[in-house]
Write a protein that binds this ligand. Structure first.
Ligand code: ADP
Ligand code: MG
Length: 255
């Protein structure tokens, strides 16, 4: 693996007396898909909110491409090339699906590629096509099923042409068939290339999941969070066989 692309050092976030993120250290390489798993309430979503500037860390440091992003505003972080999807999806429900993605195409980062300035609809359409929901482009976002909402989240995130894409539970609520499709899309995106008018440099990725199974096939490396602390860091095979990980998941049934 190459040098650190994203580097998280000594990160802490407390809610009242609860240490939701407790001295977390890890890094992601440019070419990597990093999986992040952990039982419910482990602190995964909080960690994503800290990286994307939605929440402010109590202490610690986050470097992206060797620059400090701790304490920066979310729009600034998006412009530097980090995009994320949310576990709790919040589209503009009263707007057509395509308009939801056009908002992302209007980000200064996406607009920098001058050729797209006059072709935002076309680019938004390509993002929807990539995500597999282009046939519903003109319907209100409120009409979407759980699985299609996930796809809209992915379309919105990739429309900003990120270099690091963070996906919070991209398989949550999806059927096995939808999960398979989503995993394929994620893999294709990571490899990069041109999807219609949409350009993908093949972003580095952090994929958060509650369960390990779906992640095994696509992650290069997996870190495990439990009670705000990283308890394991290794290849998918090392992680499924790690006794601390098995113990952390004992109360939950399967990993
Ligand atoms: N805004 C908040 N205020 C208070 N407690 C919170 C807040 N957000 C998360 N928590 C708590 O922090 C812990 C970690 O939550 P979260 O990061 O959502 O976990 P995960 O995504 O791993 O399921 C949980 O105990 C949760 O109840
Ligand atoms: Mg979560």
């Amino acid at each position: 693996m190459g040098e650190a692309f994203l580097e998280v050092m000594g990160l802490n976030k407390q809610f009242g007396g609860l240490k939701a993120v407790n001295d977390v250290n890890f890094s992601v390489a440019r070419e990597e898909i990093l999986g992040l798993i952990g039982p419910n309430g482990a602190g995964k979503t909080t960690l994503v909110r800290l990286i994307t500037g939605i929440l402010k860390a109590d202490s610690g440091s986050i470097l992206f491409k060797k620059r400090e992003i701790t304490g920066k505003k979310t729009w600034d972080i998006v412009n530097r090339g980090i995009a994320c999807t949310f576990q709790n999806m919040r589209p503009f429900r009263r707007l057509p699906i395509i308009a939801n993605v056009m908002v992302s195409c209007l980000s200064p980062r996406a607009m920098k590629r001058g050729e797209w300035v006059k072709r935002i609809e076309a680019k938004a359409m390509d993002a929807l096509e990539f995500a597999g929901i282009s046939d519903m482009a003109l319907e209100d976002a409120s009409t979407l099923s759980q699985g299609d909402l996930k796809r809209l989240e992915v379309a919105r995130a990739i429309a900003t042409e990120p270099e690091l894409l963070i996906l919070d539970e991209p398989f949550g609520g999806l059927s096995p068939a939808e999960t398979e499709l989503m995993a394929k899309s994620i893999h294709r995106l990571h490899k990069g290339g041109r999807f219609g008018r949409l350009h993908s440099e093949g972003p580095a990725m952090i994929i958060i999941e509650h369960k390990l199974q779906q992640l095994m096939k696509i992650a290069d490396r997996i870190i495990v969070l439990n009670f705000g602390t990283i308890i394991a860091d290794g290849t998918p095979v090392e992680i499924v066989n790690n006794s601390k990980v098995i113990e952390a998941y004992l109360g939950e049934g399967e990993i």
